[in-house]
Ligand binder design. Structure first.
Ligand code: NAD
Length: 729
């Protein structure tokens, strides 16, 4: 075990260097923590040591806790988690008190954290226990506590220390939103104490250690008369903060995230008691979060599996297919976005539209986004020029020569797409891969227009392209492995998360979203209070209610999709009741946000007001309204049963992709870890039981798929049956 090593120089300054072998980023393990504790003991006991620097042998300080530690702790149950956390508290408290006399607060040894770069999670909690935090100037470094993003919260004293250091109000964005800062902003916010040029980092740390006085080692909260900045809960100002924070957090999270609730409780209760008691409270709440299935599901989907997919878990064997020059055909909303993210990733882009004006407008989209970035100080003038310099906006297909990938985003019309395919293939080399961004047309059908169907693939982006992190890659019947590898390498270049699915109506994401929207609209037709539908969705963690979602994506698009689906399905078409509402809305000219009128009312500036009251006149409310749970079950099962069917039919081949894709693609209740994780949380048997009841009341669309029934009989879970090693967390 060599995660930490220590060397003491002739001036009596011991440097403890964190450098985990065979990893590019330091992560904390249980053994590493024990070693750090031993080294600190040695240094504190050694009369030759005057003070300690804790730093890293890598370009960054640390990325956080090794997730296997969390998995091990969880496996031992609540007591093991609590004991493990208390052991960490003891070590960090030992660093903080640094051997000083508890009464006189004298005689301690100064301990400084010297951060060369990124410091996240425990990588910041450890420095927070030191007496000073000095970071190197490094605009790329990220400093913060991102735990909340994966369903836990800082549980190694970070919560308690940050609130006592900054006050609850100032600590809120770091704890509740997982805000990350570069060193300069972190210093500005009071998260760290000093920023120095990288080359001076260790010298400055040593200088501070040698000059530190006894008083410099006493944390404010260990000093007599400590008052929490901004006030503790029963201070008038503090009272406002705590009441406000509670309302704000519940408003944002709808109470479905156990970590947000537990964090608030730890902060509030911790603020009322002395520091060591606050640490114990933090440990108890942390234990409760770790034993909650939501946290393991979130870590599994949003951290472990998301990263695995980004690293190419499902990439076929093929040489590097990184894209050098991409042709984007159609410079509308999607094409313009695809051009921007590609150019931003350093790829040369040819952006083609039927008219030069349209192509230029598409390029202008990149300019607008870059200007926005400049206003926020995120983009420099050089960067803007560089990115724009990579985009050629033209109508001339000859400019596509040398492209190794084409992404087509023209109108959703098979004839237009076929025409474009032929023109592109005439202008590009034999190795070029052709991708379509279609959202509804089967890839295999579109590939019929191609002379090279094995090089034809779907790369489905979500809108707005620059913000949405999921990209759905669709294999047509003839799509070859190199095309899949190309699509995956492209998605990696533009730093998004890919899933790879097989070709079927609406692929995966839209296949699950459409039934969600339809179920919401169907309830309106039945006389269910629209506000009940919308709030039920939000209270179960959906970012948008189904009616708001269809307003955003546009009601006429819904009409178009409904007509096409009906034409394809004939008599089996199940959504007449939905169409009744949808078509009527379109007839009223209520097309959603884009027409400033939809299921919601909007003001002249496009701000969403309340649900439109005209809806109630056309679809009178039923006197008997369903329960919240019934509405939620309908909305959730509409989605998760589609996900199960997609798996059964082989459209999805990996449940990790189903879960990650659902959260990133349409915001499926992130607290649950995704549809398969959610079904695992409630259990297949219970799911089948709910399906039975929903089917009896609302019809066969809720019939439990055979796979789910089989799992219920055998007592299996999705991750048990299909996940194997992926169940790491
Ligand atoms: P859009 O109407 O905004 O843009 C289409 C562009 O293609 C227009 O600029 C048009 O001038 C251009 N075009 C049409 N025919 C052309 C031709 N023959 N040659 C060159 N350019 C041509 O549409 P959009 O919303 O960007 O959608 C484009 C594609 O992306 C569609 O297939 C759509 O289904 C798909 N898609 C859309 C979304 C979405 O949310 N809008 C999401 C995913 C996928």
């Amino acid at each position: 075990m060599t995660d930490f090593t220590m060397q003491t120089d002739s001036d009596g300054v011991a440097t403890i260097t964190w450098d985990v072998a065979r990893k590019s980023m330091n992560v904390m393990s249980t053994a590493g923590f024990a070693l750090l504790s031993d080294l600190v003991d040695q240094a504190l006991a050694d009369p030759a040591v005057k003070g300690i620097i804790i730093t890293s042998g890598k370009k960054d300080f640390a990325g956080g806790m090794d997730l296997n530690v969390i998995a091990q702790m969880r496996a031992g149950g609540a007591q093991a988690i609590f004991d493990g956390v208390m052991t960490m508290h003891k070590v960090l408290r030992k660093i903080e008190l640094a051997g000083m006399d508890p009464k006189t607060k004298k005689g301690g040894k100064p301990i400084v954290a010297a951060l060369p770069g990124t410091a996240l999670g425990i990588g910041l909690e450890l420095p927070l226990s030191c007496h000073r935090i000095i970071a190197a100037e490094n605009p790329k470094a990220k400093i913060g506590l991102p735990e909340i993003m994966v369903g836990i919260f800082p549980g190694a004293g970070g919560t308690t220390r940050l609130v006592r250091k900054m006050g609850a109000m100032m600590a809120a964005p770091f704890l509740l939103e997982g805000k990350l800062s570069d060193p300069k902003s972190a210093k500005g916010a009071g998260l760290i104490d000093e920023v120095v040029p990288a080359t001076d980092l260790l010298a400055r740390a040593k200088e501070w250690v040698l000059a530190a006085k006894d008083a410099d080692l006493v944390k404010p909260w260990d000093d007599k008369g400590y008052k929490m900045p901004g006030g503790a809960p029963y201070h008038p100002a503090g009272f406002m903060t705590f009441v406000g924070a509670n309302a704000m957090v519940h408003g944002k999270t709808m109470g479905v995230y156990p970590a947000a609730k537990a964090l608030l409780a730890a902060v509030y209760e911790g603020a009322l008691v002395p520091f060591d008691a606050a640490l114990r409270i933090e440990a108890r709440h942390f234990t409760s979060v770790l034993t909650n299935p939501s946290s393991s599901a979130m870590i599994r989907s949003l951290f472990i599996n998301k990263e695995a997919l980004e690293k190419g878990a499902n990439r076929p064997e093929a040489p590097d297919q990184s894209v050098k020059k991409v042709g984007v055909i159609g410079a509308g909303m999607m094409g313009a976005g695809i051009a921007y993210v590609s150019a931003n990733a350093g790829i040369e882009v040819v952006l083609i539209d039927a008219a030069q004006e349209a192509a230029d407008r598409g390029k202008k989209h990149s300019e607008d986004l870059l200007d926005k970035g400049m206003k926020r100080g995120k983009v420099t003038a050089e960067k803007k020029a560089e990115v724009l310099g990579r985009i050629t906006a033209t109508t001339d297909y000859a400019a596509l020569a040398g492209c190794d990938l084409i992404v087509e985003a023209v109108f959703e019309d098979p004839r237009v797409k076929a025409d474009v395919t032929a023109k592109v293939e005439a202008a590009t080399g034999p190795d070029c891969i052709f991708a379509t961004n279609t959202s509804t047309l089967p890839i295999t059908g579109l590939a019929a227009a191609s002379k090279r169907p094995e090089q034809f693939i779907g790369i489905h982006f979500f809108s707005p392209v620059d913000k949405m992190m999921l990209v759905e890659i669709i294999r047509g019947k003839a799509t070859g492995q190199r095309a899949v590898a190309k699509a995956l390498d492209f998605v990696r270049q533009i730093r998004k998360t890919p899933i790879v699915v097989n070709d079927a109506r609406f692929f995966f994401a839209n296949r699950c979203i459409i039934p969600y929207i339809n179920e919401g609209i169907r309830m309106v037709a039945e006389g269910v209070e629209p506000a009940l539908v919308e709030n039920a969705a939000k209270l179960v963690g959906m970012p948008l209610g189904p009616l708001q979602l269809v307003d955003e994506t546009s009601i006429d698009l819904g009409v178009k999709i409904a007509k096409a689906t009906k034409a394809a399905m004939g008599d089996d078409y199940p959504d007449e009741a939905v169409d009744h509402v949808l078509f009527w809305m379109a007839d009223q000219g209520r097309l959603g946000r884009k027409s400033n009128a939809g299921f919601y009312a909007y003001d002249d500036k496009g701000n969403r007001l309340a649900l439109w009251d005209g809806l109630e006149q056309k679809y009178p409310l039923d006197r008997m309204q369903p329960s919240l749970t019934d509405v939620q079950h309908r909305l959730l099962f509409a989605q998760v049963l589609e996900a199960v069917r997609a798996l059964e039919e082989g459209v999805l081949t990996d449940i990790r992709e189903g879960d990650v894709g659902a959260i990133l693609g349409w915001g499926f209740a992130p607290w649950s870890g995704g549809p398969f994780s959610w079904l695992d949380i409630i259990g297949a048997a219970r799911a089948v039981e709910i399906c039975r009841s929903l089917t009896a009341q609302f019809g066969p669309r809720f019939h439990a798929p055979a796979l789910l029934r089989d799992m219920a009989e055998k007592g299996e879970t999705f991750y048990g049956r299909f996940g194997g090693a992926q169940q790491a967390a």
